[in-house]
Write a protein that binds this ligand. Structure first.
Ligand code: FES
Ligand code: FES
Length: 219
């Protein structure tokens, strides 16, 4: 009887690995090989086999699918091992590197909360595949300034108390930094134009534009 259960368990692992969608029928068939209600012991054995097969499938997939990606972020080279090289850059920055200034807002390139610089250009990291930035220079808000040495924009945002909840802050600042590289003396109209794609759910747009204008001399 015992041998029969072990054999059933191995069959489960094999079948589950090949046909994961068969899980419900495996549970049914391998309980006793016939139609009917399975006993608690049999259920336990089958469940253990299925769990084991599931873990092996996941583990096997990791071993096969792991990709190495080199990423230069804020001047430091990172070597990441990821399952999916096309995962969004945002996930790699937040989950793998612990850089939490880029935020997840819409996930659809619509709000700007996830903006980072890639080779000097403001980029929506929520829709940028990690593989596309391998070997490029990525800069996040953490690389722009620090509490001890803030960028002029960061200081102006703090002085003006430009935001409310602050969730959108990353998008405004990263986009404004890119604008100031191109146009250090940007007018209010140019600031409004450059920042027009960023969304703030708290409605602090006007004070944000004031903060940027203060730095470009358009206040
Ligand atoms: S989260 Fe990327 S644009 Fe909204
Ligand atoms: S300050 Fe709250 S979303 Fe902009």
């Amino acid at each position: 009887m015992r041998r029969r259960f072990v054999l059933a368990g191995r069959m489960d692992i094999l079948l589950l690995g090949l046909f994961p969608s068969l899980v419900p029928s495996i549970l049914y068939l391998s309980s006793d090989g016939k139609a009917g209600e399975a006993g608690p012991l049999r259920n336990g054995l089958v469940e253990a086999a299925v769990n084991s097969a599931y873990r092996r499938t996941i583990l096997g997939r990791k071993l096969v699918m792991a990709h190495a990606i080199s990423l230069d972020v804020n001047g430091t080279l990172h070597k990441l091992q990821v399952d999916d090289p096309d995962m969004p850059l945002l996930y790699a920055l937040r989950d793998e590197l612990g850089l939490n200034n880029p935020r997840f807002g819409c996930g659809l390139a619509q709000c700007g909360a996830c903006t980072v610089e890639v080779d000097g250009k403001p980029t929506r990291s929520c829709v940028t595949p990690l593989s596309r930035v391998a070997g490029k220079h990525v800069v996040t808000l953490e690389g722009i300034g620090s509490p001890e040495h803030p960028h002029a924009l960061q200081a102006a945002f703090a002085d003006v108390q430009a935001t409310q909840c602050g969730y959108c802050l990353n998008g405004w600042m990263m986009t404004a930094v890119a604008l100031m590289k191109e146009k250090p003396k940007a007018s209010r109209a140019e600031i409004r134009q450059a920042l027009s794609g960023i969304k703030c759910r708290c409605g602090t747009h006007m004070s944000i534009i004031d903060a940027v204008a203060r730095v470009t001399g358009a206040a």
